[in-house]
Design a protein around this ligand. Structure first.
Ligand SMILES: [Zn+2]
Length: 85
């Protein structure tokens, strides 16, 4: 029997915020990204093995790791400020 399994990474942009990047010192949009690695069998994702969050600068590509709490807070903050404007 042939069994095809593996882990497929998937990245999803949770929100986009703008602040001065700590790498290039330029005010630029920063994507708050959730990266989830999913175990799959026969190319069907079954469950998430690991999940991490980071912010990626659109100007220089520099990334900074975030905790799940920081990523959630950033998404909520962006949603709240979007409603006000
Ligand atoms: Zn940058």
């Amino acid at each position: 029997m042939l069994l095809i399994f593996g882990a497929m990474p998937r990245e999803r942009v949770l929100t986009t915020v703008t602040f001065v990047c700590e790498y290039c010192r330029t005010p630029a949009t920063q994507d708050v990204v959730e990266s989830a690695t999913r175990f799959s069998a026969f190319f069907i994702p079954l469950f998430t093995v690991s999940r991490r969050y980071f912010v990626a600068c659109s100007h220089c590509g520099g990334t900074t790791e975030l905790t799940a709490e920081q990523a959630t807070h950033a998404a909520e903050w962006a949603a709240r400020n979007r409603q006000m404007s």
